[in-house]
Design a binder for this molecule. Structure first.
Ligand code: SAH
Ligand code: DHB
Ligand code: MG
Length: 223
């Protein structure tokens, strides 16, 4: 946490809008499980570098990560975020307005999995960037849906894949950890993707991101 603080000051991470977002989330009683300020900036830089114009997020909470990601979008860009808790949505909507991003962000209310399946049925335009941060025990169900909503070059990021090392502790049978392990098994047999895992430590404890990039199409594939 001290190192997070040191670098926050060094790189001037202070951000009145995100501070207001956290204040309202706290005041409305939301759990303080949003990504850290450094992780939020990391997601923003990744989305910007990938030149994302369409972003999908599972798990809005108070829209902290949502706002970080939406800041990476160009004027015509769009972010869709899925959340099933109406109280979280109410706070998120207010925070999105505070950030002046209501024109770019749409919150879909409901269970993530049926909404994803509906999007696939509707032939929704694929996304450039997907942040998966809803219920961890369903990560292995979300992954195939995310792939169906992707295109060559799409980046899919899963949060909370380390959980203080629980992922690698064989005796740990927490359903959330099992969900991530099932995701990892699926990833290990999925062709056409490149995968990386980044462990993180700081004010949000010890955890990590899993990053999956859908490979570029090679010309022989289209022939
Ligand atoms: N991405 C946020 C944190 C999300 S916390 C941030 O970093 O700022 C996880 C959120 O997922 C919670 O708000 C929870 O209500 C929501 N959630 C959990 N299971 C869900 C499901 N099955 N469908 C939709 N939302 C879900
Ligand atoms: C927790 C942290 C998260 O980032 C999340 O998405 C869900 C839960 C936690 O610390 O409990
Ligand atoms: Mg998370």
């Amino acid at each position: 946490t001290a190192v997070d603080q040191y670098y926050s000051e060094l790189i001037n991470l202070s951000d009145p809008i995100l501070e207001e977002v956290l204040a309202l989330s706290h005041a409305t009683g939301l759990p303080e499980i949003q990504v850290s300020p450094h992780q939020g900036r990391f997601l923003e830089i990744l989305a910007k570098t990938s030149r994302a114009t369409r972003i999908l997020e599972l798990g809005t909470l108070g829209a902290y990560s949502t706002i970080c990601l939406a800041r990476a979008l160009p004027a015509s860009g769009k972010l869709i975020t899925i959340e099933f808790d109406p109280h979280h949505i109410q706070t998120a909507q207010q925070n999105i307005e505070t950030a002046g991003l209501a024109n770019k962000i749409e919150i879909l209310e409901g269970e993530a999995l049926p909404i994803l399946k509906q999007m696939i049925n509707d032939n929704t335009t694929p996304f450039d960037f997907i942040f998966v941060d809803a219920d961890k025990h369903n990560y292995h169900h979300y992954f195939p849906c995310c792939l169906s909503l992707s295109k060559p070059g799409t980046l899919i990021i899963f949060d909370n894949v380390v959980r203080q090392g629980d992922i690698a502790a064989p005796e740990n049978n927490d359903p959330n950890v099992i969900g991530v392990r099932k995701l990892n098994e699926l990833i290990s047999i999925t062709p056409g993707i490149s995968t990386s895992m980044l462990q993180t430590v700081g004010c949000k404890g010890y955890d990590g991101f899993l990053m999956v990039r859908v490979d570029d199409t090679v010309s022989s594939d289209v022939a």
